[in-house]
Design a binder for this molecule. Structure first.
Ligand code: NAD
Length: 494
């Protein structure tokens, strides 16, 4: 049995609590990966004190040199891609092709961050006074608290950490207790790449203890959280009360719309990948399929035929399309929604149960599930399930499809399949989501574009792309008056 450790104040160390939690393979719970620290508030205190010291040093390291460390991180991730993908699949279940993609997202984010170290643009503008210089530039902020979910064990931590580091902040990292092994190896890689040890602190443990202590700590002025909307509400309330800078990325209820004129086979490919990739456990997963009347029956028939052929299994086995859910509570939640759907009059067209295959008996598997005749406004159509359950809604035309898409409290991603270029551009304008795909599924963000959602999915910030660098740095304005005389702005310039 391997006991993994926290990384605090430059050293790998056991938790002050003496308590541990187990990490098991969700595809086969007999497979124990190891024990991880169930840390306490004291561990968080030590980590933050060390990160404050790390910040003092790191903020004075030139940004291009900070970027160089990230480039080396990218190189190491690339050289260990297969090993990382395998350990991630063992830890959280999604097939190897998907965990390879998760690592690739981290590599791309690292190289983007490395080049951003040479940019971090400010503005130089003319002053309204003579012989005076006016400019803005970006400054680091301090200790950042990064709290991440299980579904992208590497990509999401890199989305937060790399821009935070390039901008000159230090990091206290609290990974999901469902994927601590990936976090462990990731921190080893950061250290090997030359990140100063007190700039990164890894504190394992439960959200209600470790996560909460980071969120409530007065010496952590910046928080970035990705996870459920319920947890995000607690983080948001606390950050608001304590005047912290906060980025929230939370739940989704994403829809794929297919209009009568669409390329149907392309749209079937899209919805299969969007709904059942990562076993539906993506914030951008396709949870609703909005079909126009004219193609509805044909499309559903083809979809069920194709979805029936998806192979459920251990993600490390070649040919597996759909892995397990992350734990028993997630599977119980999926079952609860299957019951809710039936009770509210939706028709179960596929799945709806656990598999009977003996080989899958030790994992948290659930059949890909499709409900038809789902009513807009019903619970199945409104609430995030985070599992392999797709709800099909019938609509008459594009404007009704847009209304249904927008009729939920979330606003992460949406997708429209059509050959009509006018409708495609209308959708980009009208759909209330942070991301809209045309003729592509609801999943598939690229590392160099901003990522995030509107309404109750987020709080206005974005990860990825150029915008995130503004979140992790503070704008400072500098005026230099070289006139040699007292000049008063607004009073005597005109
Ligand atoms: P979760 O909210 O259960 O946990 C997320 C993280 O928060 C974990 O590290 C957890 O330990 C921590 N946490 C729990 N309670 C806490 C508390 N009181 N204080 C501080 N931290 C606490 O979410 P999850 O089950 O890991 O992930 C699934 C959810 O994440 C889904 O709702 C999904 O939509 C969302 N998600 C959103 C995005 C996005 O970018 N919008 C991306 C991925 C996942």
């Amino acid at each position: 049995m391997t006991d993994f450790l926290n990384f605090i104040d430059g050293a790998w160390c056991a938790p002050s609590t003496g308590a541990w939690f187990e990490n098991r393979n969700p595809a086969d719970t007999r497979d124990l990966i190891g024990r991880f620290p169930a840390s306490g508030v004291d561990d968080v205190e030590r980590a933050i004190a060390s990160a404050e010291r790390g910040f003092e040093r790191w903020k004075r390291t030139p940004a291009p040199a900070r970027g160089d460390v990230l480039r080396r991180v990218g190189d190491l991730l690339a050289s260990r891609k297969e090993e990382l993908a395998a350990l991630m699949t063992r830890e959280m279940g999604k097939p190897l092709a998907e965990t390879r993609g998760d690592v690739q997202e981290g590599i791309d984010t690292a190289y983007y961050a490395a080049t951003e170290g040479r940019r971090l643009f400010g503005h130089t503008v003319p002053s309204e006074l003579r012989n005076k210089w006016a400019m803005s530039f970006r400054r680091p902020i301090g200790v950042t608290g990064l709290i991440t979910p299980f579904n992208f064990p590497l990509a999401i931590p890199t989305w937060k950490m790399f821009p935070a580091l390039v901008c000159g902040n230090s990091v206290v990292f609290k990974p999901s207790e469902d994927v601590p092994h990936t976090a462990h190896v990731f921190v080893e890689i950061l250290l090997e790449a030359g990140l100063p040890p007190d700039v990164i602190q890894l504190v394992h443990g439960y959200g209600e203890v470790v996560g909460k202590a980071i969120v409530e700590h007065p010496k952590v002025p910046v928080l970035s959280f990705t996870g459920s909307t319920a947890t995000g509400s607690f983080v948001g309330e606390t950050a608001g009360r304590m005047h912290k800078r906060l980025s929230l990325e939370m739940g989704g209820k994403n829809a794929q719309i297919v209009l009568d004129d669409a390329d149907l086979e392309l749209a079937v490919d899209g919805v299969l990948w969007g709904a059942f990739g990562t076993t539906g456990q993506r914030c951008t997963a396709t949870s609703r399929l909005i079909l126009q009347d004219g193609i509805h029956d044909r499309f559903v028939a083809r979809l069920i035929e194709r979805a029936s052929a998806l192979r459920l299994g251990d993600g490390r086995v070649a040919g597996t399309d759909v892995g397990p859910l992350i734990h028993e509570a997630s599977r119980a939640k999926v079952e609860e929604y299957v019951a809710i759907g039936r009770a509210q009059g939706a028709e179960l067209a596929l799945g709806g149960t656990r598999p009977t295959d003996e080989a899958l008996a030790h994992g948290y598997f659930f059949q890909p599930t499709i409900f038809t005749n789902v009513q807009a406004g019903s619970r199945l159509e409104q609430e995030e399930i985070f599992g392999p359950v797709l709800s099909v809604i019938r609509v008459g035309d594009a404007s009704e499809a847009f209304r249904v898409n927008n009729g939920v409290k979330y606003g992460l991603s949406s997708s429209l399949y059509t050959r009509d270029v006018s409708l495609a551009f209308q959708a980009l304008q009208e759909l209330d989501n942070g991301i809209t795909y045309v003729n592509a599924p609801t999943i598939g963000a690229e590392a160099h574009l901003p990522f995030g959602g509107v309404k109750q999915t987020g709080n206005g910030h974005r990860e990825g792309g150029w915008e995130v660098y503004e979140f992790y740095s503070e704008t400072k304005v500098g005026y230099v008056d070289y006139s040699g005389a007292l000049q008063r702005a607004q009073i005597d310039n005109y």
